[in-house]
Design a protein around this ligand. Structure first.
Ligand SMILES: [Zn+2]
Length: 445
């Protein structure tokens, strides 16, 4: 700094000009005050709507909420006075690069695309997801592509929800997450063993490696699955010790654990091992759900994926992973039938679809059709989902101090659940990405 006095006059002018440009930039980037006039507010804290409120925003944060329509001096007004404003939705079970099963042959796609290809696909799907009103999401099974897309969104290079990502799901050889299953046994790829865990020691090492590679959360596969060749969704495939060590290691590193599980016994073992959420959980009994409730374990039911894959298996079985269409047809209608049991149990539920590409708002309608109230579906997709992420102090509610992540529907979604699929306004971190039903310039990058 002191060298400015010994700088030649020409350079000195340049330095002064640079300094004033920096000062101007600082002023511009200090952000502005915005006030949203909301016709009705569902704040993600309580189930009851509040009529006519003003939501004050400074930079990327909510600073206050007042009754009535007020306009602080100098604030830009966003008029949503005939709309219902809600916290941005949160999908706790996505695979950001996953294509809809009815669009492409799963095996061909898997073998002809690299992680780099998947990152570009994901950037398109994430832009669309933000437009649907999802301002946060948790990816539970990806790779280096998910880390790269999360980082690109965080640094403002592309638009999309805030992402919490796991890397490859951890599970045993020949389990739901083993990429070799169903392929010629001679085929291999350096990345295909990233999620393979066949001992407690391997579980400890893989969790630590995932942390090093950028994971926010750990996903494990205690039971078999449906959309994978050769494994059985009704069998527990990880040992109790493998689960326990994976959970202990993840928790010691500040990461939560999501567990893909179907059968009741395996769910109970995983809950005893300390997992934070049971994904799918479709064959849980009343006893299983009571244990989850007692332990505070979340259920992420993912009714959407069963709906989507049932239709694909019925209409386009040739596109699915080899041999899996019969498994889909035999199992995909059961989760909806079992969902009322979960509702009755009082277990904590968080919103999840298991989609990448596609309509992430479908889950609202499916949960409501299976017996959940529309008001509860809002809390499941906001407050509960934020709690499961461990981010309730930043997202999932419209309160002072939270990120200004908000959406609006033209009508009342509590009276007309189709409104969840007709989001007209999206703001993330104080930036508007959708207005009057159309993407804004911020959304286009
Ligand atoms: Zn999944």
């Amino acid at each position: 700094m002191s060298s400015i006095f010994s700088t030649p006059p020409g350079r000195r002018r340049l330095l002064v000009a640079t300094a004033s440009a920096l000062a101007l930039f600082a002023t511009l980037s200090q952000g502005k005050d915005i006030v949203i006039h909301a016709g009705a507010l569902l704040d993600g804290v309580s189930a009851a709507p509040r009529p006519k409120v003003s939501i004050q925003i400074h930079d990327d944060r909510i600073t206050g909420i007042e009754a009535g329509f007020v306009t602080p001096a100098g604030a830009e007004v966003i008029d949503l006075s005939t709309a219902t404003v809600l916290p941005g939705f949160i999908d706790c079970h996505v695979h950001i690069a996953a294509k809809l099963p009815s669009r492409t042959n799963a095996t061909e796609d898997w073998l002809t695309h690299s992680d780099l290809d998947r990152a570009f696909e994901a950037s398109v799907f994430m832009r669309a997801m933000l437009q649907q009103g999802f301002t946060s999401a948790r990816d539970v099974g990806g790779g280096d592509d998910t880390v790269a897309v999360r980082n690109a969104i965080n640094s403002g290079k592309i638009s999309g929800p805030r992402l919490w990502v796991s890397l490859e799901a951890l599970g045993p050889t020949a389990g739901h997450g083993d990429p070799h299953s169903g392929l010629d046994a001679g085929l291999s790829h350096a990345g295909w063993t990233n999620g393979i865990v066949d001992s407690p020691e391997a579980a400890r090492l893989k969790v630590r490696e995932h942390k090093r590679r950028g994971a926010d959360v750990i996903k494990i596969m205690p039971s078999g699955g449906i959309a994978s060749t050769g494994d059985d969704p009704r069998q527990q495939l990880m040992t109790n010790d493998e689960m326990r060590v994976a959970v202990e290691t993840a928790h010691s590193l500040g990461m939560k654990v999501a567990a893909h599980i179907y059968p009741a016994g395996a769910i109970e073992a995983a809950v005893e091992a300390g997992v934070d959420s049971v994904e799918h959980g479709s064959f849980a009994t009343a006893q299983t759900l009571a244990l989850m409730k007692a332990r505070g374990t979340y259920l992420v039911p993912t009714l959407t994926v069963f709906e989507v894959f049932y239709v694909a298996a019925r209409d386009h079985p040739e596109l699915l992973t080899p041999g899996t269409a019969p498994k889909e047809l035999a199992n995909d209608l059961l989760p909806k039938q079992n969902f009322p049991l979960a509702l009755k149990s009082g277990v904590k539920i968080a919103y999840g679809t298991d989609l990448g590409e596609g309509n992430h708002a479908m889950e609202f309608g499916l949960m409501i059709a299976a017996g959940m109230s529309p008001a509860d579906s809002v809390l499941v997709a906001t407050r509960n989902a934020a709690d499961l992420l461990g981010a309730a102090d930043r997202v999932g509610s419209i309160q002072a101090g939270r990120f200004a992540d908000l959406v609006a529907t033209p009508g009342d979604p509590l009276q007309d659940p189709a409104q969840f699929q007709q989001v007209s306004f999206v703001m993330k971190g104080g930036v508007v990405y959708r207005q009057q039903g159309q993407p804004t310039l911020a959304a286009v990058k």
